[in-house]
Design a protein around this ligand. Structure first.
Ligand SMILES: Nc1ncnc2c1ncn2[C@@H]1O[C@H](COP(=O)(O)OP(=O)(O)OP(=O)(O)O)[C@@H](O)[C@H]1O
Length: 561
């Protein structure tokens, strides 16, 4: 096959249908990612594939393009409509995302390729008509597909040609092993299968034995996270309570710029941080396993459309799954369902948040896997990104574990750069944060949580048909509204000059900082005009935000001279 100068096999050299090529070009993808370059041609040759590539490397399109191409080809000769491809993913969000990806790639052939996602938790009977139409591709979690097979709403025993298991490493830890075994009894003996995973652990190997036949194993020789040229990873040592002051300072002083995801370790912490930030006039959305799935998907979609800057996410169900895996790797039972929460939830796993500039580990993740998946929400595809982890004394051991896991591949250079932030310079924020934190009592958290979840259940009902019909009016539905469970002290919203670190004040005077929607209102005598604000916004590169600490140091040095 003809190769381009740089030796990368291009999409148009893979024998892909023009309609898919057009969709790829509309998505603005100029060339395949390494996993796509390797996997698509093998898939089109009919091979079973186990693909291991790091998070954010384009695995979804790697299988989706191959599946669509193969189905288009089959349909040239097949006379009967049938469900020929099944895509299994471990969470409802991932099912929603896989379907969206397939829709994007089939814009030019939407009449030929029908794809449905049956993961939403609506009564099985209400999805029966969808399945009766025998869509070409069915996307589901393993348990949901099994429920429909048992209800005789779908039968693929004679028709299945392609099976995909996405995020395969989560399938067992999410407790789907017995579901997958039973599903295999309902599949034909021969079909082509792809398994995609960010890791190749024991669970994936076991699943491979069950699902794949003579598979080609594609294990890209790459680190689990992008190189430092694409992803900067920082850590900052701080006391537990200082995390709040630090977050307020980073946001109010515009040291964190661009879309950011804050990870915490529990649902209650989501609300604590949200109520805390609310007092500083900072809005954020919450994502956790207790919210209804429609709301969760809608939040991600709206975040991707640019409606929100900040998400506070807890990934407790994945943590529960991975720690149950760790404590007893032989235990194959379903991890205990979290009270009122959704065990088919995984915000840090596989969710494609667009253009995330920063991932902030407000709480340090419980293990290296969780770190990799959280941080994998930024620097996706070829976008740059930054990760900042707050490390309190109790997290030191976990930091070393993560460092060892990442160093194992990269040699000896330290993965984490220290984020040189001087806590003593934000003493004013500390005082304010202390007051703001005291105002967020346990009962305020409970009240906010109940209110939010109640509201989201109402929203979720409105959203039921959203993903099919996409009505315009629902675009106005916001998920980052203040919860008002805490009496807001107005003065906290504006940052008086005296609490701004000296260095930043000086830089502001010399025009090195910028102002935006959450900007610090400096009393500099001259108000900043709208035109100037716009100019600064254009000029600022949000991805360089964390170089501020370095800039501060340089500035100081210059001043000393
Ligand atoms: N060839 C390409 N060129 C540019 N961007 C691409 C290309 N293929 C996929 N992408 C984009 O890369 C991002 C990450 O892709 P995807 O979600 O498939 O990654 P992934 O490997 O499945 O990650 P994860 O393991 O976290 O699920 C998506 O926003 C997708 O649109």
């Amino acid at each position: 096959m003809e190769k381009d100068d740089d030796d990368t096999l291009q999409f148009h050299e893979m024998g892909i249908d023009d309609r898919i090529l057009e969709a790829i070009s509309k998505l603005g993808w100029s060339q395949p990612t390494p996993i796509q370059e390797k996997a698509i041609p093998l898939a089109l040759q009919g091979k079973d594939i186990l693909a291991r590539a790091r998070t954010g490397s384009g695995k979804t399109a790697a299988y989706a393009i191959a599946v669509i191409q193969k189905l288009l080809h089959m349909k040239q000769t097949a006379s009967l409509q049938a469900t020929r491809a099944v895509i299994l993913t471990p969470s409802k969000e991932l099912c929603n995302q896989a379907r969206r990806n397939i829709l994007e790639l089939t814009t030019g052939c939407s009449r030929d390729i029908k794809c449905v996602d049956i993961s939403p938790q609506v009564p099985l009977a209400s999805q029966r008509p969808l399945l009766m139409e025998k869509p070409d591709i069915v996307v589901a979690t393993p348990s949901r597909l099994l429920a429909h097979i048992r209800a005789e709403n779908i039968n693929v025993k004679k028709t299945l040609e392609i099976l995909v298991v996405d995020e395969a490493d989560l399938v067992f830890s999410f407790g789907y092993e017995s579901d997958v075994k039973e599903l295999l009894d309902n599949f034909p003996k021969i079909y082509q299968a792809f398994m995609m995973s960010a890791t190749l652990g024991e669970d994936v190997k076991n699943l491979k034995k069950m699902v794949l036949h003579n598979a080609v194993i594609l294990k890209l020789e790459e680190s689990q996270l992008p190189e430092t040229s694409q992803l900067n990873q920082y850590q900052i040592k701080c006391e537990e309570n200082d995390k709040f002051a630090l977050t307020a300072a980073l946001l109010k002083l515009n040291l964190v710029r661009g879309k950011s995801i804050f990870f915490v370790n529990s649902v209650n912490k989501c609300y604590l941080l949200k109520l805390f930030l609310e007092q500083f006039g900072i809005r954020a959305c919450i994502l956790n396993s207790e919210l209804p799935v429609n709301s969760r998907c809608h939040i991600v979609n709206q975040f991707n459309e640019g409606l929100y800057d900040y998400v506070i996410a807890s990934d407790e169900s994945v943590n529960a799954a991975s720690s149950s895996k760790k404590s007893d790797s032989k235990a194959k039972e379903k991890p205990k369902r979290l009270k009122k929460s959704d065990s088919e939830y995984g915000v840090s796993r596989g969710i494609d948040f667009y253009n995330v500039s920063n991932v902030i580990n407000f709480d340090f993740p419980p293990n290296p896997d969780a770190y990799i998946h959280r941080v994998g929400r930024t620097a996706r595809a070829d976008n740059p990104g930054t990760a900042l982890s707050f490390v309190s004394v109790k997290d030191n051991e976990k930091l070393i574990e993560v460092e060892e896991a990442l160093l194992g591949e990269n040699g000896t250079d330290s993965v984490f750069k220290p984020y040189n932030f001087k806590m003593e310079e934000i003493e004013g924020f500390r005082y304010r944060a202390k007051d703001a934190l005291q105002a967020v009592t346990r009962s305020a958290i409970q009240e906010a949580k109940m209110k939010d979840i109640r509201q989201e259940i109402l929203n979720s009902n409105k959203l039921k048909s959203y993903f099919d019909d996409n009505p315009q009016d629902l675009q106005a539905l916001r998920h980052d509204k203040p919860l008002h469970a805490v009496k807001t002290t107005k003065e906290l919203k504006h940052v008086p000059e005296y609490i701004v670190p000296d260095t930043l004040r000086n830089m502001r005077r010399s025009g090195n900082t910028r102002s935006d929607s959450h900007s610090v209102r400096f009393k500099q005598g001259r108000p900043v005009s709208q035109a100037e604000k716009k100019f600064r916004k254009r000029k600022a590169d949000p991805l360089k935000s964390f170089e501020f600490a370095g800039l501060m140091e340089n500035k100081k040095k210059k001043q000393k001279k």
